[in-house]
Design a protein around this ligand. Structure first.
Ligand SMILES: [Zn+2]
Length: 61
């Protein structure tokens, strides 16, 4: 289990966890080139960014 470096609350990327309050929030933007912003569900601090290619090319939402 990971902890937020800002507020020390427990956070997880696992969306199947029972306690969804600890799930890192992901905001996805873009149709083909997806950009994702991860933020702490407790303090709303941005934890990082990622991008991947989705849409028609991969079938990912
Ligand atoms: Zn936090």
């Amino acid at each position: 289990m990971a902890k937020c470096p800002y507020c020390n609350e427990t956070i997880t990327l696992d969306s199947t966890t029972k306690d969804s309050r600890d799930e890192i929030q992901k905001e996805v933007d873009g149709l083909i080139k997806k950009e994702v912003m991860y933020s702490c569900p407790h303090c709303d601090k941005v934890l990082g960014f990622a991008f991947f290619f989705g849409g028609l090319a991969t079938g990912r939402p």
